[in-house]
Design a binder for this molecule. Structure first.
Ligand code: CAA
Length: 263
């Protein structure tokens, strides 16, 4: 199995813990500022994890102190709109949102700007009690460019989204939990462990059903209800074509645990 050194990564670490892939942002001196090179490595690592059948879920973390303090301001400061369009920096991040396996963010410390947007692209968020979420782009004369104005309102509603995007302040882990932005708040020293535990639990589930459940929930954020329900029904019927559906239902009837193959 390739490891991060073999892949030549310089800005991230890629580990595998049984069926769980763990991607760690690793530019601690600049609080994991998201340079184009770092994002390219994240998307490359996710592509590998996508292709490895034995990997069933993944965790994205910034390590024990900080998740990410946003896009790399030094890299962006003098760019022209044409530079930005040609590099399509934030468009490339969408690979994170389209990862087909469950992806859990383990967030300690700052998740600001693009760092917050990266966490919001994940399927669940485990926050350490030190976590701080926010979109401070307004203070730089810009707005979020990787989903901040779109995923906040879809998650917490218009008014909090306006506060976060227009004032540019920070939301604590506890408030994020109350807002429904994070799934768990835990002591910072166990954030990664809790996220990996959730991923391990997901790894016991039938992979194709997981994939279509994720796709269907995400679809609900983009479609009218009738279209979302129709898509859900098609996915539901399709799963009756899988070996895992037969195994899951037989296992229930035989009062044993299902063993799923992702077929
Ligand atoms: N880009 C580049 N470097 C950054 C950075 C960023 N986003 N955030 C922090 N750093 C660097 C600092 O420049 C500093 O480097 P030096 O030691 O070389 O000076 C180092 O990381 C440590 O940072 P601070 O000294 O500022 O640490 P602090 O604890 O005093 O403050 C902070 C922490 C409040 C997060 C502060 O660093 C900060 O405000 N960072 C910028 C946050 C931000 O504005 N993010 C949005 C970026 S734009 C964006 O993300 C657009 C998008 O939607 C994609």
């Amino acid at each position: 199995m390739p490891d991060d050194t073999a892949m030549g990564y310089e800005n991230i670490l890629l580990d595998r813990d049984g069926p769980v892939g763990v991607v760690t942002l690793n530019r601690p001196k600049v609080l994991n500022a998201l340079s184009p090179a770092l994002i390219a490595e994240v998307t490359d690592a996710l592509s590998h994890l996508e292709d490895e059948v034995e990997i069933r879920a993944a965790v994205l973390t910034g390590g024990p102190r900080v998740f990410a303090a946003g896009a790399d301001i030094g890299d962006m400061a003098e760019r022209s709109p044409v530079d930005q369009l040609l590099r399509d920096q934030t468009g490339r991040w969408s690979r994170v949102a389209s990862f087909s396996k469950p992806l859990i963010a383990a967030v300690n410390g700052y998740a600001l700007g693009g760092g917050c947007e990266l966490a919001l692209m994940c399927d669940m968020i485990v926050a350490g009690d030190s976590a701080r979420f926010g979109q401070p782009e307004i203070n730089l004369g810009i707005i979020p460019g990787a989903g901040g104005t779109q995923r906040w309102p879809r998650t917490v509603g218009k008014y909090v989204a306006m506060e976060v995007n227009l004032i540019g302040g920070q939301v604590s882990a506890q408030r994020a939990y109350q807002l429904g932005l994070v799934n768990r708040v835990v002591p910072a020293e166990v954030t990664l462990r809790v996220a990996v535990d959730i991923a391990r639990q997901l790894a016991t589930k039938p992979p194709l059903a997981l994939r279509l459940a994720k796709e269907s929930v995400n679809k609900s954020l983009e479609t009218p209800l009738s279209e979302g329900l129709s898509n859900e029904r098609k996915n539901f019927y399709f799963l009756f074509a899988t070996e895992d559906q037969k195994e899951g239902m037989r296992a229930f009837l035989e009062k044993r645990r299902g063993e799923f193959k992702g077929r």
